[in-house]
Design a protein around this ligand. Structure first.
Ligand code: NAD
Ligand code: IPM
Ligand code: MN
Length: 361
């Protein structure tokens, strides 16, 4: 029996709704497999927890999490209770940083059955590889009141190590896929860090002469995500550029509610963390209409990471069949509830398993 120790943090808002849905899917595939078991430990760390305890997580939180094989997170953020920079800084960003989850992998592809807001979308299938530990998200800087004005400085910190490792990851991925890599730059205007980003790109590219590479300014690239996303495959970007590109990726797929993500620890010292691209969506929380697909596709990425690619593929096929059948939440033009969508995904998984799709499991 393969046992997976899973730390589950539903978090805030719709995180509390979509995480249990994705867990139902994980339980389904574990049953089908027969030799796989998830031991879930759920932690109530959230903005509500902050209100009660004055912190987002207990002092031994990282010790507890470090004992698991993976972390499965919903979303954090309830601005009515706690300021975002406190809630996100005290949980999501802290885990990413302390557990050296230096790469954030965010696929954006047109799924079967989805309607893109682009009027003439060609099939696109890309993966954004976002630097996840430094860059514009550094905590270096500060605030000065000099009696006349207020000045706030945020230093973007790019290390040779950090940039090289995200480039290596992206080149390797491009090599496994179509052999095409796009880098998001801004070396025409951001004078220190982005020329450095380009230099490292060019240096690392020497080892990957088989990978075709293009370097595009982030402003133009954002437009190309709308006008010709099918020309992109692997896209490597700094922390902030990658953050923004991945919401555009979600939008052109049809909804940010379906966009998945994986925060990857590369050195094996700490668990990786799986959380969708979207946030806690306070505007729809409690209505039962949150799209569970972002969280469920994220669970698929976690299955792949845990070496269960066949089960992962089954989950994505079941998602696509559900969309194709028109079982959709309102954010993607449907009338179904969150639960109906998950139920259909689960019955599609079970049917496929019965019909013998999983030959080698
Ligand atoms: P958001 O992603 O929560 O919502 C943006 C829009 O997308 C909203 O209209 C929302 O209803 C919709 N949406 C998002 N997920 C959806 C889903 N699964 N189904 C249907 N519709 C969905 O972004 P925001 O409004 O900027 O942020 C809300 C809160 O979430 C803030 O506190 C923010 O800081 C936080 N946030 C957290 C994370 C995270 O934990 N990873 C990510 C982004 C934002
Ligand atoms: C994301 C989110 C986070 C980020 C925020 C909530 C800190 O937008 O995961 O995309 O900027 O990384
Ligand atoms: Mn984001």
């Amino acid at each position: 029996m393969k046992k997976i120790e899973l730390s589950v943090i539903p978090g805030d808002g719709i995180g509390k709704e979509v995480v249990p849905e994705a867990i139902r899917v994980l339980d389904t595939v574990a049953n089908i497999h027969g030799g796989l078991k998830f031991n879930n430990i759920e932690y109530p760390w959230s903005s509500q927890y902050y209100v009660e305890h004055g912190k987002m997580m207990p002092d031994n939180a990282l010790d507890l999490l470090s004992q698991s094989d993976a972390i499965f997170l919903g979303a954090i953020g309830d601005p009515a209770l706690v300021k975002d920079h406190i809630s996100l800084g005290g949980l999501l960003l802290k885990i990413r940083r302390e557990f050296e989850q230096v790469i954030n992998v965010r696929p954006a592809k047109l799924l079967k059955g989805m309607v893109s807001p682009l009027s003439n979308p060609k099939d696109f299938d890309m993966i954004i590889v976002r630097e996840n530990s430094e860059g514009e998200y550094s905590s270096s800087g500060g605030r000065v009141h000099n009696g006349i004005d207020e000045i706030v400085v945020q230093n973007a910190v790019f290390t040779k190590k950090g940039v090289s490792r995200v480039m290596e990851y992206a080149f390797e991925l491009a090599r496994k896929r179509s052999g095409h890599l796009t880098s998001a730059t801004k070396s025409n205007g951001i004078v220190h860090s982005m020329p450095f980003w380009d230099e490292v790109l060019s240096e690392i590219s020497q080892k990957y002469s088989d990978v075709q590479m293009q370097n595009i300014h982030i402003d133009a690239l954002s437009a190309f995500f709308i006008t010709k996303p099918q020309t992109m495959d692997v896209v490597v970007a700094s922390n902030l550029f990658g953050d923004i590109l991945s919401d555009i990726g979600g939008a052109i797929m049809g909804s940010i509610g379906i966009a998945p993500a994986a925060n990857i620890n590369l050195n094996g010292k700490y668990p990786s963390m799986f959380e969708p691209v979207h946030g806690s969506a306070p505007d729809i929380y409690g209505k039962g209409i949150a799209n569970p697909i972002g969280q469920i596709w994220t669970a698929k990425m976690m299955l792949d990471h845990l070496g269960e690619e066949e089960l992962g593929a089954l989950v994505l096929e079941a998602i696509e069949d559900t969309l194709h059948a028109g079982i959709k939440t309102p954010d993607i033009g449907g009338k179904s509830t969150m639960t109906e969508v998950t139920d259909t995904i689960i019955s599609n998984i079970e049917e496929k398993a019965k019909s013998g799709v999983l030959n080698s499991v």
